[in-house]
Ligand binder design. Structure first.
Ligand SMILES: Cc1cc2nc3c(=O)[nH]c(=O)nc-3n(C[C@H](O)[C@H](O)[C@H](O)COP(=O)(O)O)c2cc1C
Length: 199
C-alpha cells in the first residue's frame, strides 16, 4: 500500500483533521506490511492559487516556458506525481465557511489537469487515476452531516470520481466547536469510523 496523506487545515499544529488522518494512516500502515506513506502538509507547504500566471504557464508549450512558468508547472507536476504513485489517498478536509479550505482547493486545482489526470473522450470525461481508494476525513465545528449545508462530501466525491477514484469513504468528526462534551463525542465517532474503514 502506497499512501498519500494530504493535510489541508490552515493549522500546522493542533488540527483535528490532521490528528485523525494520522490515526488512519498509522492504522493502515500497521495492517499492511511494507506500506509507505508520503505526507503533503498544505499548512506547512501551501500550494499557490491557480491564478492567471499559473494558467498561462500551463497553456504555454514546454519549450517556450520562461523559468518562472516552468517552475510553476513543475510545482503541480510534483503533486500529480505523488498522487499517481499512491494507491491510497487520505485527505484531511476541515470545513471553512461551509466549504473546503483554500489550501485543499489549490491542491485540487493543481492535480486536476486535462490529458494527465482526466481526459475528454467520445463518451465524455474519463478519469485517469484508477485503482485508488480515497478516505476523506471531514472535520467541522458544527453538525452538518446529511444536511443541505454539507456540500463538502458531495463535492469531494464528485471531483474524486471525475478523476477516476471511485472508491471514496468519509470519516466524520462533527460538533468540534460545540463544547467539550460534543467535541469528545465527535472525535470518538470519527475514531469508530476509522476502525470500521480499516476493518
Ligand atoms: C475560518 C474558519 C471557518 C470555519 N467555518 C465553519 C463552518 O462553516 N461550519 C462549521 O461547522 N465549522 C466551521 N469552522 C470550524 C472548523 O470546521 C473546526 O474548527 C474544525 O476543527 C477545523 O478543522 P481542523 O481542526 O482540522 O483545523 C470554521 C473554522 C475556521 C477557522
Amino acid at each position: 500500500m502506497n499512501i498519500l496523506q494530504i493535510n489541508s487545515s490552515a493549522r500546522s499544529t493542533g488540527a483535528f483533521s490532521t490528528q485523525l488522518a494520522n490515526v488512519l494512516a498509522e492504522k493502515l500502515l500497521a495492517s499492511h506490511a511494507g506500506s509507505t506513506l508520503v505526507l503533503r502538509d498544505l499548512a506547512i507547504n501551501p500550494h499557490p492559487t491557480l491564478d492567471e500566471a499559473a494558467l498561462v504557464a500551463l497553456m504555454t508549450a514546454t519549450e517556450a516556458r520562461s523559468l518562472e512558468q516552468a517552475t510553476s508547472v513543475a510545482r503541480s507536476d510534483t503533486l500529480i506525481a505523488e498522487l499517481q504513485a499512491a494507491d491510497t489517498l487520505i485527505i484531511a478536509a476541515p470545513m471553512y465557511n461551509f466549504g473546503i479550505t483554500a489550501q485543499l482547493k489549490n491542491w485540487i486545482d493543481a492535480i486536476t489537469r486535462a490529458g494527465v489526470t482526466f481526459k475528454y473522450g467520445a463518451n465524455g470525461p474519463e478519469g485517469l487515476l484508477t485503482d485508488k481508494q480515497a478516505y476523506v476525513v471531514l472535520t467541522r465545528g458544527g453538525v452538518h452531516r446529511d444536511t443541505a449545508n454539507d456540500t463538502i462530501a458531495d463535492y469531494m466525491r464528485t471531483i474524486l470520481n471525475f478523476l477516476g477514484i471511485s472508491k471514496v469513504e468519509f470519516i466524520y468528526a462533527e460538533g468540534l466547536n460545540m463544547g467539550d462534551e460534543m467535541q469528545s463525542k465527535g472525535i470518538s465517532q470519527a475514531r469508530s469510523e476509522i476502525e470500521l474503514a480499516v476493518a
